[in-house]
Design a protein around this ligand. Structure first.
Ligand code: BES
Ligand code: ZN
Length: 618
């Protein structure tokens, strides 16, 4: 009875927030998270208290999750998301045992944990343990770390993997504060997406507190042997001791990045901002866990050329962590805004030419993605429909780069000054809220477009947000530095020997552009010539190496096969691993090679990368 009244209320409120041009029927769906069993409109989690023991021998986290709830609808059941968790027992309030039922597992989503509660229930305490295969968690042996002596553990909760290590309402539309006690082996340190100590605790016990409400996908834990290097009183870097100096040197501009971000869009809201450098199996480039970004070591190029990734994760402290996509269909609100913001930070620190160079490179990647998707594919809309799918499947360059170019289009239409003022106000007025695409579009119209018909048609919101591909008004950005690299590639294609190309002083991005302008398949002679002149096979820059290894595969350049094998057995970052396997399986011989490499590499990959490559090779 309560249920129907509540859902009716939800539909009405969504109706009234509608963009006038859109169909109402479609709009009623926008607030519904297809990827969660939770019913936060009935009873919602406000605070989580975790008490977990970290056991490397059994690869398990076990202990208690105590959830403080607001039983809005005075309902008798609380629905939580779980996946592969063993639920031992559940208590209400002051230790009153209660019954629970774990639903049948659904692909990607896991099982609905339905707990019997009372209309007056304030606290629900769950005793549970994780599976050794919990998809969020990677347990690394000492050999898989840089130091080689102690094990390592890290979690990756986005998009819907938090439920594999904590029973909770795993929806980005639900925000809660948390505190945690983590007990780990005494020689290791634990950190979380919360207030952190920067020193080792001899008893292996760490207490954390996150006083600001966050969505579940920002829950994060890492345990390992790391040390801390402070830049100033609010930022620093954690890394394994053997990597710390390199990392500290690479990210030296971190305090300037934070200052630039604040100048652009308002004060940093989270207290400290630190970076934790993970082992190379980390499946992403970076993850914006609040207060402590998790980052791949593959950005430690030695010349600070890949630090835009740090600007990106930092920017999420506003776009994503402060103003959050309400569902994964609204993912572009997180990533598109963040790429835009990242580019503005880069421009402030290193100048417009540098930022434009990064933008032109990214646009090339976006155009490739659109080509692969085809010109009518709904996955190339900014607003996605991920119902009945793993959200991971729909998350592509579209949200990131089409999202960024949409925002750049608005900036160019209204002018930077107005646009920046709008964005600053947008972050301030939606801080600590999870919002839908519609809420953003309504706010945009109310604050900036004011129903101005000429401006509307100039921007063409519908084509950007609800249409496929790249709209005709997409901004054109150019880069002289990249044009130079493009010219050199043309000369090489026409027969100029590699050693005669003018490449002096080139940076990483110019090399990447050069490699991307070369033919997909080259003669052995050409590959050898390039390698002899520029030593690509031996490159220590993971981005350059990955592009070169793609050529190695496509051109069947056997001299590079050993490096390919080593790279794939060492690095688990999906952005690199996926295209390399894709290129290999395009030919029968390559597929055999892919299988042979994967047999060795698979056990070192995090579940996210493993899933992608398993699907590809099946
Ligand atoms: N939040 C993302 C990573 C993510 C997205 C994890 C979706 C799981 C699901 C992070 O901010 C990100 O975008 N990382 C990028 C780097 C960035 C510079 C484009 C990555 O990992 O490559
Ligand atoms: Zn991001």
């Amino acid at each position: 009875m309560f249920k129907s009244i509540l859902s009716a209320a939800l539909v009405i409120s969504v109706f009234s927030a509608c963009h006038p041009k859109q169909k109402n029927v479609e709009k009623t769906m926008h607030n519904i998270d297809h990827h969660s069993f939770a019913k936060p409109e009935e009873a919602v989690v406000k605070h989580l208290k975790l008490d977990l023991n970290v056991d490397f021998a059994s690869k398990q986290l076990s202990g208690y999750a105590e959830l403080s709830i607001d039983n809005l609808g005075k309902v008798n059941t609380l629905h939580l998301d779980t996946r592969d968790l063993t639920i031992d027992s559940v208590w209400l309030d002051d230790n009153m045992p209660t019954s629970f039922e774990l639903g049948k597992p659904v692909e990607f989503l896991g099982s609905d944990l339905a707990i019997a509660i009372k209309p007056t229930t304030k606290k629900v305490r769950v005793k549970y343990s994780t599976s050794p295969d919990a998809a969020a968690v990677q347990w690394l042996s000492p050999e898989q770390t840089a130091g080689g002596k102690t094990p390592f553990l890290f979690t990756q909760s986005q998009a819907i993997l938090a439920r594999t290590w904590i029973p909770l309402q795993d929806s980005p539309g639900v925000r809660f504060t948390y505190s945690a006690t983590i007990t780990c082996p005494p020689d290791l340190m634990a950190v979380m997406s919360a207030e952190n100590d920067t020193v080792l605790h001899a008893d292996g016990k760490y207490n954390f507190n996150m006083p600001q409400a966050i969505p579940s996908y920002l829950m994060a834990l890492a345990v390992g042997n790391f040390k801390f290097h402070a830049y100033d009183n609010r930022s620093g870097v954690f890394a394994e001791p053997v990597t710390l100096d390199k990392a500290a040197n690479e990210f030296i501009d971190l305090p300037k990045m934070i200052a630039a971000a604040e100048e652009l869009y308002g004060p940093y809201a989270w207290g400290r901002y630190d970076v934790l450098v993970l082992p190379p199996s980390f499946p992403f480039g970076g993850m914006e866990n609040p207060r402590i970004t998790f980052a791949t070591p593959t950005i430690l190029a030695g010349d600070r050329s890949l630090v835009s990734l740090i600007a990106h994760e930092l920017a999420h402290s506003w776009s994503g962590n402060l103003v959050t996509n309400a569902t994964w269909d609204d993912f572009w609100l997180n990533e598109g805004f963040t790429v835009y913001f990242e580019t503005r930070i880069m421009e402030k620190l290193y100048g417009k030419d540098y930022a434009d160079m990064l933008t032109v490179l990214s646009k090339g990647e976006l155009e490739n993605t659109i080509k692969e998707l085809g010109d009518k594919n709904p996955d190339s809309h900014l607003y996605l429909n991920l119902k009945d799918r793993d959200p991971d499947d729909g998350m592509s360059d579209i949200a990131y780069e089409k999202g960024r170019f949409f925002l750049t289009t608005i900036e160019m239409a209204v002018g930077r000054e107005k646009w920046d003022a709008f964005l600053k106000k947008y972050f301030a007025e939606h801080a600590f809220q999870s919002i839908t695409t519609d809420v953003f579009l309504d706010y945009l119209n109310k604050e900036l477009i004011h129903d101005d018909a000429a401006l509307k048609s100039k921007i063409n919101i519908d084509a950007w947000v609800f249409g496929p591909g790249l709209p005709a008004n997409c901004p054109v950005i150019t880069s002289k530095a990249l044009d130079m690299a493009g010219t050199a590639a043309e000369q090489f294609k026409k027969g100029t020997p590699a050693k005669d190309l003018v490449v002096e002083g080139w940076n990483t991005h110019q090399w990447l552009y050069f490699l991307r302008q070369l033919p997909e398949k080259m003669e052995e002679k050409q590959m050898k010539d390039l390698d002899a002149a520029f030593h690509f096979t031996a490159s220590g820059n993971a981005e350059i190496k990955c592009d070169w290894l793609l050529h190695t595969i496509n051109s069947q350049y056997k001299e590079g096969y050993k490096a390919l094998d080593e790279f794939l057995c060492h690095v688990g970052r999906r952005k690199f691993v996926r295209p390399l396997f894709e290129a290999m399986i395009a030919t029968p011989e390559g597929k055999e090679m892919a299988k042979a490499i994967y047999v060795k590499a698979r056990s070192g990959y995090h579940a996210v990368t493993m899933q992608t490559i398993d699907d590809m090779l099946k």
